[in-house]
Design a binder for this molecule. Structure first.
Ligand code: SAH
Length: 402
């Protein structure tokens, strides 16, 4: 067994069970890509068993802090079963859910989503890459399913020195459909596991889409703006909410810069028996569109702002803060008094506190105040754990204009 010795003082975060070991923390030791190493403090005491990653700044990621734990197939079988078992206890109103959320489930670099009877996995660290076959079999055993598609085409693979890979890993072939329909709340939502973003869908916003539907049902919004709509989840939520509330009319303008996502969004409106005349889709840049709406004097009763990750890490936080502030300022200007803004950041580099400050700055620049009626986070199948605060990436505020 190879050993990784840390520099003096670099054991602190591991003692709190934080799983990352940066290149700069290592005094000596090396191993092959994904190989298990014993991690020791400068004084030689045991810290954890980790997967080595020779090309990555995060040079090793800990599998276990228990010295008696063997890192073998049974370790992965147990870890997968624990994560999938937890989902049975979470409150998830969908047949689409995240089964494994990387570090937060003790499996750094592994993402697994379930869409009905199909699994989609993303392997983004050298450790899970090395154990891919064992993990794939464990996933099928834990779920009783037979089909697993791999979406390891994330750019983060390059940071680990791994090539991009995409295709069926278990149980499918070229003729197996990759266009699926998931059932979230009372809605049918189509997605492509082969061509969609990430593994195909933004499962993490499930609870927020429901919340948006509830607000629409209660308040009967007439003019709705869904920015960064992707495949139209919030659009369907709004129209379904209005229908459930018995509200006639109401119109959703949805904006995204991805043509295929907009086509899927339009199909999703039809799939749910909603009136296509109540939905307009714009293939456009959100920032430019918001400016145009402000100039034209348009206003809305409800706005969703769910942008992509502007700040992947804290290093990008300053530039990202300006970008968040800008779109939030414009959105607040477009809001009618009594109107509601659902605004989000999915940047790991922006804390909940900082996000609140950014939105406060946007409000003051826009000359608009509002009540924060909800604080939102990721759905429970995208968990946060005590030891890994970086697991908190998605945060949202629901603001009702005064
Ligand atoms: N709210 C969505 C998820 C949004 S993900 C849901 O519930 O599913 C972010 C989206 O922003 C992606 O679909 C991406 O195509 C889009 N996007 C990124 N930059 C954009 C821009 N400048 N203008 C418009 N859309 C953009």
């Amino acid at each position: 067994m190879k050993t990784l010795k840390l520099r003096e003082g670099k054991e602190r975060s591991l003692k709190r069970h934080h799983p990352w070991i940066f290149e700069s923390a290592i005094a000596k030791g090396s191993a092959d890509s994904g190989e298990t190493v014993r991690v020791e403090a400068a004084d030689g005491s045991f810290l954890g068993w980790a997967a080595f990653s020779p090309a990555s700044k995060i040079r090793a990621r800990v599998w276990s802090f228990d010295e008696t734990q063997r890192i073998d197939a049974s370790f992965f079988i147990a870890a997968v079963a624990r994560s999938t078992g937890a989902r049975d206890r979470f409150d998830i109103k969908s047949d689409g859910m995240r089964l494994i959320h990387g570090e937060s489930d003790g499996l750094p670099g592994l993402i697994v989503d379930r869409y009905g009877d199909t699994l989609v996995a993303q392997f983004t660290s050298a450790g899970v890459e090395r154990w891919k076959g064992v993990i794939a079999d464990a996933l099928l055993a834990a779920t009783g399913l037979t089909r697993l598609y791999e979406r390891s085409d994330a750019s983060s693979r390059a940071l680990e020195g791994l090539p991009e890979v995409k295709g069926w890993l278990r149980g499918g072939d070229a003729t197996t459909p990759t266009d699926l329909v998931l059932h979230e709340h009372e809605w049918k939502l189509g997605l492509s596991i082969a061509e969609g973003h990430k593994t195909g869908f933004y499962l993490d916003q499930r609870d927020s889409r429901k919340k948006f539907a509830d607000y629409a049902q209660r308040l009967g919004f007439q003019r709705i703006l869904n920015c960064f709509c992707y495949t139209g989840g919030f659009t369907v939520a709004a129209l379904a909410g209005l229908r459930a509330g018995g509200f006639q009319g109401g119109h959703v303008t949805s904006i995204d810069s991805s043509g295929p996502a907009l086509e899927q969004a339009q199909a999703n409106v039809a799939r749910n028996g909603l009136d296509a005349r109540q939905a307009t889709f714009l293939d456009a840049d959100v920032n430019a569109s918001l400016r145009k709406f402000v100039d034209a004097g348009r206003t809305f009763d409800a706005i969703v702002l769910d942008p992509p990750k502007f700040a992947p890490t804290v290093a990008h936080a300053e530039r990202a803060s300006r970008a968040y502030k800008d779109i939030n300022r414009l959105a607040l200007k477009l809001l009618e008094p009594g109107g509601v803004l659902f605004t989000y950041s999915c940047s790991g580099g922006i804390s909940a506190d900082l996000f609140h400050k950014i939105v406060a700055g946007a409000g003051s620049d826009a000359g608009v105040d509002g009540y924060i009626t909800e604080r939102m986070g990721g759905a429970p199948d995208h968990p946060m754990t005590i030891a890994f605060p970086e697991g908190e990436y998605l945060k949202g505020l629901v603001i009702m204009r005064r």
